[in-house]
Design a protein around this ligand. Structure first.
Ligand SMILES: Nc1ncnc2c1ncn2[C@@H]1O[C@H](COP(=O)(O)OP(=O)(O)OP(=O)(O)O)[C@@H](O)[C@H]1O
Ligand SMILES: [Mg+2]
Length: 381
């Protein structure tokens, strides 16, 4: 339901209402079927237990009455016995009636524990040290990686040494492994082979939170939470003052559009608030990173959701942010990364070319070809 309701625009745009309605009815029938079975089972147990517990006292009273008449039993004993019987029956009845609920709860509890017992993919080592005062050297050494043991390698023996303050751009075909490579730096996953080092420390040997404290990320789809814009920016640094938040928004070229919203920085966004465009969300995500002020930056298609003019303003903001920091940029539009110190062309999980824009253009290899294609497509470069 959740997925389909979220995807209503897709359903409408493909005019799939009838098809989706059928799918829904089919699944709903299945659910109805189960619910009916459950209810009928409930009714049966209820009927059986109630019949037994209602008939039994009659039998007891009849037999005891007979015994009293014949003088084998005193009236007092009989009354007491019948009184106690009721006391035994009502808990018994409740117990049986709640047994179906109990079985149902046990099934639910199993699922809850399945979730609670789920293991973390990435666990800190016992003697993991805190990563402090990071300068921003990043060494990617013979890294191979696969998401799943059964699957093929997504990255294959990648090596790249990055100096503090350098700007590195990753380019290449879709599915080449760019996003995968950059997600290994903050250790969202552990490498399969090789090592990633920050300032010479293997990321597997440092405390993951201290590592991530030093890394700022702007990703392709940026999540805003159902809170005010100010709170959303403040995620970069929870104890930031209002002035700091505004300064960060200005640096990210977001201040103007925020001011024009009905309640400025106190405007609610997310599911219950105003809807922002992709570019506006991206600028808020960039403001977060400005506020966090980390020594290492990672942008995965940070300008993909923007028109050319906004791209230019964001580009300015990003370049401001990137100066004097180690920066990794993934971009499809090559015009946005020509300024990078080094451009890395990744294909099928391997590095095929490394060099500055001029060097790679002179080489007339894969990067040159990509650039030519975009140049033809797009007169703005
Ligand atoms: N969470 C995941 N689980 C399993 N496989 C994945 C996962 N994410 C990506 N892959 C696979 O890894 C490969 C590389 O994907 P990746 O997202 O790194 O490519 P990319 O270079 O960033 O592509 P794009 O330019 O389209 O963003 C793809 O074949 C993809 O199917
Ligand atoms: Mg990607």
């Amino acid at each position: 339901m959740h997925e389909r309701v979220q995807g209503v625009p897709v359903t409408r745009s493909f005019a799939l209402e009838d098809y989706e309605q059928k799918q829904f009815s089919y699944r709903n029938e299945n659910f109805l079927d189960k619910a009916l079975k459950h209810t009928s089972w409930n009714a049966k147990t209820f009927a059986v237990t109630n019949t037994i517990t209602d008939l039994a006292p009659l039998l007891v009273i009849a037999y005891a009455g007979y015994q009293v008449i014949h003088g084998n039993l005193t009236l007092g004993t009989m009354v007491a016995f019948v009184g106690y019987m009721e006391r035994v029956y009502s808990p018994l009845r409740r117990l049986i009636n709640s047994s179906t609920t109990l079985v149902q709860s046990i099934a639910s509890i199993d699922r809850v524990f399945e979730l609670l017992n789920e293991k973390y993919d990435v666990v800190d080592k016992k003697d993991a040290k805190q990563l402090m005062d990071v300068e921003g050297y990043v060494d990617i050494e013979n890294v191979s990686f696969r998401y799943d043991e059964e699957e093929l390698e997504v990255l294959n023996n990648v090596t790249l040494h990055v100096k503090a303050g350098e700007t590195i751009a990753f380019v290449g075909m879709s599915g080449g492994g760019k996003s995968t490579l950059i997600s290994l730096i903050p250790r969202f996953y552990d490498v399969t082979k090789g090592a990633i080092k920050v300032d010479g420390n293997n990321v597997q040997h440092v405390n993951a939170r201290s590592l991530r404290n030093n890394i700022g990320m702007v990703l392709q789809d940026n999540t805003l939470f159902s809170e005010s814009i100010a709170m959303n920016i403040r995620m970069g640094k929870p104890d930031a003052t209002d002035e700091e938040v505004v300064a960060a928004a200005k640096a990210a070229n977001a201040h103007e559009f925020i001011e024009s919203l009905p309640y400025g920085y106190d405007t609610f966004v997310g599911e219950r608030g105003v809807k922002l465009s992709g570019g506006q969300k991206q600028r808020i995500a960039i403001a977060r990173v400005f506020l966090k002020n980390p020594p290492i930056l990672i942008f995965d298609e940070a300008t993909s959701a923007l028109d050319l003019e906004s791209e230019h303003t964001i580009q300015e903001a990003l370049e401001k942010l990137a100066s004097e920091r180690t920066t990794f940029i993934v971009a499809h539009r090559l015009a946005t990364i020509t300024h990078a110190d080094r451009i890395v062309l990744i294909e099928n999980g391997e590095i095929v070319e490394v060099g500055s824009h001029e060097e790679l253009m002179r080489k007339q290899g894969g990067y040159y070809n990509l650039y030519q294609v975009q140049h033809l497509d797009d007169g703005t470069i």
